[in-house]
Design a protein around this ligand. Sequence first.
Ligand SMILES: [Zn+2]
Length: 474
Amino acid sequence: MRTMLLTTLVLIIVLLLTSEATANPTISIGWSEQHGAAEVSAEFISWRNGQQIVTRNIPDGASLRVALVIPRKSILNVESKAAAIWMQHALQPVWATRIVRSGSTYALMLLGSEQEAKIPWEMDTCFAEWTRGSTNTALSITFDTGETVYTLDRSVLLKSAIRQVQIGAISFRGDIVFNPNRSNVLTSINVLKIEDYLRGVVPNEMPASWPLEALKAQALAARSYAVRQFGKHRQDGFDLCSTVHCQAFAGASSEHPQSDRAVAATKGEVITYGGTIIDAVYHAHSGGHTRNSEYVWGGVVSYLKGVAIPEEPPYTWTRRITVLEFERRIRNIAPVLFVLSVNINSYADTNHVNRLTISSLSGNHTISAQQLRSAMNAALMRSTKFDILLYDRYLLPYRATSRPELFALEVGRVGGIFHGLLPTQPAFIEFVGRGFGHGVGMSQWGAYGLALNGENYQGIVRRFYTGVRLTKAW
Ligand SMILES: [Zn+2]
């Protein structure tokens, strides 16, 4: 009886521990921008050196310098001659070098110095190239007190025991690992709990001043997206990147009490369809109606269906440029010459332009709205839901006053373009559009409008993702 009770007790403890372990999974977020130095504001820090984890006492406010250390009289294998020349230049103040060719690769011979060379971490891109294949190099972590620790496996873990690890001006929850990615470029990786990760995502994807229910819907979309895309960057040594390619993440420094509340109130909640976590894509503004996934990415997805969102506050954008500028930009995708008119010739769903035709002296050219959007700068031309307006040089609506085909003939005959012979041309082209982004899944402004209308986050999520359920994953 006593044994059984003990076994049950142990089982309960194990179960509790296990549920704690899966309660909030760990995720790793990586980036490889240049940082310079890692500032660590913690009294204690652990780092991994091979298999060994060492805990050290760091003076309060001390900063860590990360640099590459090359043992003296070593030979560095370099990918290309250009990289060797670059390195030679970088090492010049410290070291005499000679470039040696060995087969298809190059090596840099370091000559006659008694000291080790320290290359600042800012040069991480080059570090990548020239350390490939070399076993004589190491990353160094140097405290500004002068104490230096080397790690020979080039993988460093910073673990802050008391406060958050800080890199540059940004502080992070969890641990920071420095590691080379698949291209051997040094990356910083933040290893942290998913819920902590979301605290650094939600305020970067939606203003923290927005209604709480909209922020909760954003937390669900971001959490589902993170779980679904988990391991997207596995080959780089982390799960997701910190940019909009995955989800915008800016560490603990960007957290806000209101978005923190939204994350905490929905802890572990994800969006599922048929028992599987959905690909919860989202965008800024749908222009009143979201889109079916197949119109944008080609594949039919049952829960990504276009829905009307009259609650979305109206939003229009205008992109007006001169026709000369338009010609210059469009020439990369179509051989236009002296544009005479631009017309929409077909629509996809919900008034999104599918294809348009540009008439010019070199003939008619048909392009897709998607092509036009990227040629015009997708950030300024915010969606494919637009009308086209043409203006003359006084910014009055443009009307063609001549028959272009006659002039085209004339140009061909004389073999050159003469101003007097040319037909009239619009001076400005204007795109007036609605919506911002791809239009699939949740519209963030739509979530905002729905929340203002008193809708809760469950209602908002179900409105944008057809036939889904909300499930607690942890
Ligand atoms: Zn990414």
